[in-house]
Design a protein around this ligand. Structure first.
Ligand code: ES4
Ligand code: ZN
Length: 324
């Protein structure tokens, strides 16, 4: 089964590029850019990556991002991730970035997006990996800041396919961003949002009705609402589930308790993704392995995660055919 999973073509739809910052690159960039980080060894880093919920992770994740200063840093970060994709037979990836994490530190929007985009272009040319870029608004910040960010994206519409919503779910309801998502849709962006990760199933309902999302990021708490599950099955609304992330952040106690395989068997369009692999202990193949080890599945079921991800992706029908 390990060889089958390793060789299986994969499509990733839930990946925060800032969450691919491996400790080695963090140290290298801290040195290159003369930035202080609160760790002096990889052992200290491993000890710090012991999270008890989403917020305890976010605090460390935003600190890590402080080493990203120049366009080359964003390029190096993205290129390192694409090399890992190549190892894991990831053929297509849809990447989130958090511009506000960087503009708040005085790093221009253009620096971030241009560095990421240059690596994605090279990834297509040299590794054959196709990609899309999704800009996330930080939901702990206000509507005004999200509108400013949307304005900054205007010059980069050729590089950004959609907008998303991430950061602290509890206490920051979808409704806070209803108007900015409406404007984003008017401008031609697709929409996704994190919902039902730590927050209740009603947050998934809100993301669908208020933000008009075409997929739900995480969404695992939908199981608490059987009528919602029926609706998600009927509409084949994709859920981008991140198994290792959910264990690290204690959404489920252990992988055996994770509901992803149950959701798959209920007919939902569920996918497997790595979220913040440098922080959560694994890339795509690791996530597939962790699920398959905890939940006996047929090869057909495992491959269904890839078929679902192809369907759920933001590529054209013609590009979808290349992946099938
Ligand atoms: C995130 Cl796992 C997760 N949840 C919400 N926001 C995030 N940003 C980066 N990773
Ligand atoms: Zn996420």
């Amino acid at each position: 089964m390990n060889d089958f999973i390793q060789g299986l073509p994969k499509v990733e739809l839930h990946l925060h590029i800032e969450g691919t910052l491996e400790p080695e690159l963090m140290f290298e960039l801290a040195k290159r850019n003369n930035v202080d980080i609160p760790f002096s060894s990889t052992e200290e880093v491993s000890r710090a990556y012991n999270f008890h919920n989403l917020q305890s992770f976010l605090d460390i994740y935003y600190q890590g991002a402080n080493v990203l200063i120049n366009e080359q840093d964003f390029f190096d970060l993205t290129w390192a991730y694409l090399l890992r994709c190549h190892e894991d037979n990831v053929l297509h990836t849809e990447i989130f970035f958090d511009p506000q994490t960087h503009t708040a530190r005085g790093i221009p929007f253009d620096t971030t997006v241009n560095g990421i985009h240059r690596a994605l272009k090279k990834g297509a040319e040299e590794l054959g990996i196709s990609s899309k870029l999704i800009m996330c608004f930080l939901r702990h910040l206000d509507e005004e800041s999200a509108f400013e960010t949307l304005e900054q994206a205007n010059r980069h519409k050729d590089k950004i396919i959609g907008v998303g919503l991430d950061s602290a779910e509890v206490g920051n309801p979808a409704g806070k961003f209803e108007r900015v998502f409406k404007e984003a849709i008017n401008q031609g962006f697709l929409t996704v949002a994190h919902a039902g990760e730590e927050g209740p199933a009603s947050n998934i309902r809100d993301a669908l009705s208020l933000l008009k999302v075409t997929r739900v990021d995480h969404g695992v708490r939908c199981s608490d609402d059987p009528t919602l599950v029926e609706q998600l099955v009927a509409q084949q609304t994709p859920l981008t589930v991140c198994p290792l992330s959910n264990i690290k952040l204690k959404v489920f106690d252990k992988m055996e308790d994770h509901n992803i395989v149950h959701l798959l068997r209920q007919g939902l369009c569920v996918t497997i993704n790595s979220d913040d692999p440098a922080y959560f202990g694994g890339y795509m193949t690791d996530n597939f392995m962790a699920v398959a080890n905890a939940h006996p599945m047929s090869k057909k079921e495992i491959a269904q995660f890839t078929f679902n991800a192809i369907e759920a992706s933001f590529i054209s029908d013609k590009e979808k055919e290349r992946l099938k």
